[in-house]
Ligand binder design. Sequence first.
Ligand SMILES: C[S@@+](CC[C@H](N)C(=O)[O-])C[C@H]1O[C@@H](n2cnc3c(N)ncnc32)[C@H](O)[C@@H]1O
Length: 214
Amino acid sequence: MEHDLFIEIPWALERDTKPLDNEVKYPEALVRHFLKKYTKKGDKIFDPFAGLGTTLFTSEEMGRIPYGLEANRERFEWVAGQLEHWNNLKHGDSAKLLDFSFPKMDFCITGPPYMPRHHKWNPLYSGDPKKAGYDVYLKRMAYIFSNLKKLMKRNALVIVQADNLTHGKIYTPLLHDLLACVSKNFQPCGETMVRWKNAKPDYPSTTCMIFKNT
Ligand SMILES: C[S@@+](CC[C@H](N)C(=O)[O-])C[C@H]1O[C@@H](n2cnc3c(N)ncnc32)[C@H](O)[C@@H]1O
């Protein structure tokens, strides 16, 4: 299978997320692109960081079966309240994804929570001060993906959308650090650069890393 090196997707958030903020969301068209390319109807699609449910809603719309986890109760309730397969979305920590009796998955696409390297607040632990710091975040991320490996079918693909971060003079090579974390358990097999059509000036593009469960 040839992976796209470069694609263009409109920057458009189609689903109204009120009363919740849509800051964390990726466009539906991004998920649609990867589902169309790599999956078929009836496939089980997983998102360990479901957020506002873009992966799950788009999977359902395309006749795939969505599953996911979301740690934030408000987001979880908002998504589950609108999803046909509402019982496939669980509220909880993706580090414990093997505790939820999910079936084996055909495909995963996700946008993990971001952490700049100079921050103490670790989003994977909802800011627990005992779990502060970028190193702890990366270690936990690697652990989450080691569990995800056990949930995915053999040869299943995992797409991880991420960006490097610039805060003034501080640069966080998050994309590259996540590549290192996920590669401990999955084989990297490509990278699709996504240019947003009608982009916001401060966010012209993103990257989707492609991994295989070999
Ligand atoms: C970048 S957002 C995902 C957005 C999603 N792709 C969308 O389009 O709505 C990351 C999500 O991961 C959730 N999260 C953070 N830590 C988590 C954890 N340990 N387990 C499960 N979800 C977690 C956050 O609450 C957030 O909603």
